[in-house]
Design a protein around this ligand. Structure first.
Ligand SMILES: NC(=O)c1ccc[n+]([C@@H]2O[C@H](COP(=O)([O-])OP(=O)(O)OC[C@H]3O[C@@H](n4cnc5c(N)ncnc54)[C@H](OP(=O)(O)O)[C@@H]3O)[C@@H](O)[C@H]2O)c1
Length: 201
């Protein structure tokens, strides 16, 4: 059996089911949701994003709007294209980069640790993270990364923040093909909690 952390998918979507638009940074949800997300971050060991999200949004991936330590940040950057001046590489937390490029960067630099997995699969990366002590992880996007986790059925739970805004076009939200187990309002936003149906007996 695969040694992997507990996996929580997390994303915000517009009421018409888009998570954003290509190469644009669009903020969909309200400040209450933002704070809730920071609380969730403080409850897990790691947060993972793809290189597309780092390029588009330059997120810091910290817990600065709530209490608790910022978890380990994990970035999928196969081609090692991301500039180390991006906020995700700052000193506010440790960062692991998964890359295919076996070059001089493949070593620890300050708080950044580089890994070149033997095979480029999410299972392999999750097993490395498990070995590094990660027992729970939030997958924060973007579209390609979320899609890969869903396609490989690598998720235990999903937390979806539905904003009132419409985007009319853009990057479609992942299809979970199940109904939320729980739903609650946060002012203008709706929070939906899903459990992977394969785990419910
Ligand atoms: N609404 C939300 O909650 C939310 C959250 C986050 C992002 N977003 C939005 O989503 C957009 C970015 O999404 P995106 O799809 O362009 O990029 P992304 O999913 O953040 O990153 C995709 C990149 O990650 C790397 N990658 C490596 N292994 C992968 C794997 N197994 N599966 C998928 N990707 C892998 C690939 O780049 P390499 O070839 O370099 O490895 C790939 O091109 C932005 O517009 C952002 O604003 C929205």
């Amino acid at each position: 059996m695969l040694n992997k952390p507990y996996i929580i998918l997390k994303y915000a979507k517009s009421i018409d089911n888009y998570i954003g638009q290509k190469n644009k940074s669009i903020w969909l949800t309200n400040n209450y949701s933002k704070r809730l997300v920071h609380k969730w971050r403080a409850e897990v060991d790691a947060i993972l994003v793809g290189s597309g999200t780092v390029s588009a949004d330059n997120p810091r991936l910290t817990t600065r709007f709530d209490f608790g330590n910022s978890p380990l940040r994990v970035v999928l950057d196969g081609s090692l294209n991301l500039d180390v001046n991006n906020s995700v590489f700052n000193n506010e937390a440790k960062t692991i980069v998964f890359t295919k490029k076996n070059n001089k960067h493949q070593k620890t630099k300050g708080k950044i640790k580089y890994f070149v997995p033997n095979c480029w699969t999410l299972e392999e990366m999750l097993s490395i993270l498990h070995r590094e002590g990660v027992r729970s992880i939030i997958i924060e996007g973007g579209q390609k990364v979320l899609k890969s986790f869903v396609a490989n059925d690598l998720w235990d739970e999903a937390r979806v923040l539905v904003a009132k805004k419409e985007l009319f076009m853009g990057l479609k939200a992942p299809e979970l093909n199940c109904k939320p187990m729980k739903e609650f309002r946060l002012l203008t936003d709706t929070v939906q909690i899903y459990k992977n149906p394969k785990l419910i007996r």
